[in-house]
Design a protein around this ligand. Sequence first.
Ligand code: NDP
Length: 344
Amino acid sequence: MNRILRFCSSRLSLSIVPLISVQITHTVRPEPLLVIEYRKANPQSQEFSGLAMVAQRLDGKACAAEVEEELLLRIAACKEKGIKPHLAVVIVGDDPASHVYVGSKVRACERLGIQSTHIELAADSTEEQVRDAILSLNEQAGLHGILVQSPLPNHMNEEALTDLIDPVKDVDGFHPQNLGRLVQGRLDGMLPCTPSGVMRMLSWAGIETEGKTAVILGRSRIVGMPQSLLLGAKGVDSTVTVAHSRTQNTAELCASADIVIAAVGRPEMVTADWIKDGAVVVDVGINRVDDTSRERGWRLAGDVHPDVANKASWLSPVPGGVGPMTIAMLMENTVRAAEQSYIA
Ligand code: NDP
């Protein structure tokens, strides 16, 4: 049995309300990834052969759609018990990308019938104002999830503020109590959405992880570090190396890896020569790069160069890969918090 499935099944058995979404019963099979698609996204590429159809598309959008279908059933079960899952999103300031992300989260709530409360605070708000908002949301009965959109303005201590969120409502999974459980190998709690979304996507595609070598590029609290813990967890059983900005031989490390997960925030840093033939490559990066061929003057690029599709067996696209999975996992954490509220 696929080892990630075992990892997910362990969550199944530990959750009181089962996560029914982990079986690889695809209603939409992952599709082959035409390299030509990547060529279109990157017309400057000189290395494109134009012949290959190599990597399969690790289609986060399709996987997220399946997760949402399953969540609809769980939400209906909550509603039968008189509980409507409810998520509060706090956003401070006017960072355009953050507003786009929050908009996507609110729309996902609408699609699923999850109640959402959207709290916007001005960029010059004080830390105390954000603190008061969080504490008040903690106290609100019938509200199951709280998310504080990152980044917060520079004059605020983001970690101190997210530490204030009640761990049972911490649907981002960043509270030390939830991250601590992850370090202990207890995978039945609130897991950070992006890395758990990557795990779900690997499972969905039937990608084997047991005994595989994995290189994670990036060690952030929200992606790289928890990703390394999830891939190295018992039942998943990859052998994990974490690279960061001070790592000396990043390209060589990647070139020997069966699985490469890039979460650095550097557009197209991972090039085809870094990747072993047949490796699985997950691109977490979301970067805006100038593109004069587009009317808006920019395009989204991942951390992985499109030509990696010539080497990899699987590659997640940007957009349409990890992004939709992050939102799906946020919705799942919110539903889980609502379920726990009637079990508690
Ligand atoms: P951070 O900036 O917090 O962390 C980046 C990490 O990359 C750091 O650990 C840094 O090392 C490391 N790094 C930087 N340069 C290099 C390099 N040359 N070689 C190896 N490692 C390097 O970013 P995040 O983790 O928050 O996000 C990473 C990317 O993922 C971004 O593009 C972000 O937009 C995207 N993202 C996408 C999400 C999605 O839903 N798809 C969700 C969250 C993030 P060091 O620790 O030494 O500084």
